[in-house]
Ligand binder design. Structure first.
Ligand code: ATP
Length: 196
């Protein structure tokens, strides 16, 4: 599953509509302190159903709505859309491009959409869980946590980040199959010897 686009409207510091397009390869987002880089990572966590207070730095549901600036009034709604691309149907949705939208209004009402149709939080959380097997969102400060981990934990984390955990799983399965095949071969050898 690949990340294609992230569109924001009224989310935190993004009063004007913004769309980020992620090409293949590495995308780096640079900007001065307070320009909203962390807010972008939070937008990804938020659209995937993260609740206020946890990964999203806000106390109330409507804290993520643009609160107004020196020469701009506050807005009434925040909306984030994350567009993904899948090769098969890993995400459990029959589209190559899958877009997930979350909106929140000032009264706290929240809506979720998948490819433009109203969806339930649990539908979005199901997609988020599938992505979580592949993705890691690392926030400021959590780099220190990684450095303080014991070597085995750190290795596990880095392998997960590099997409190695899935390969390790396949390696373990292949080893298991090999061991079983060797057992079968041994049993056949024994049978042949008895028949001779
Ligand atoms: P740093 O490197 O300092 O963390 P950053 O580029 O990651 O900077 P963010 O932390 O993403 O910046 O952005 C913080 C900015 O977003 C602050 O200026 C804050 O006032 C603004 N902000 C957060 N929530 C809202 C909101 N609801 N309405 C308007 N602005 C907001």
């Amino acid at each position: 599953v690949r990340l294609l686009r992230l569109a924001l409207l009224g989310f935190k510091s993004f009063a004007d509509p913004v769309e980020l397009v992620f090409d293949r390869g590495i995308t780096a987002i640079v900007g001065p302190n307070g320009s909203g880089k962390s807010n972008l990572a939070e937008a990804i966590a938020w659209v995937l159903g993260e609740q206020a207070g946890s990964a999203v730095r806000s106390r109330r549901a409507d804290d993520v709505i643009f609160a107004g600036g020196p020469d701009r009034p506050s807005l009434g709604m925040a909306e984030v859309t994350l567009t993904l691309e899948q090769d098969g149907d890993e995400l459990g949705v029959p589209f190559r491009e899958v877009s997930v939208t979350r909106r929140v209004f000032r009264d706290g009402e929240t809506q979720y959409l998948i490819n433009g149709s109203r969806a339930r939080l649990r539908d979005v959380l199901r997609i988020a869980a599938i992505l979580r097997a592949d993705w890691i969102i690392t926030r400021q400060g959590s780099v220190d946590d990684v450095l303080e981990q014991r070597p085995a934990e750190r290795r596990h984390y880095l392998e997960h980040a590099a997409g190695l955990s899935a390969l390790r799983l396949r390696q373990a399965e292949a080893r298991q199959q090999l061991a079983e095949a060797e057992q079968h071969a041994q049993r056949l050898d024994d049978l042949l010897r008895e028949l001779e």
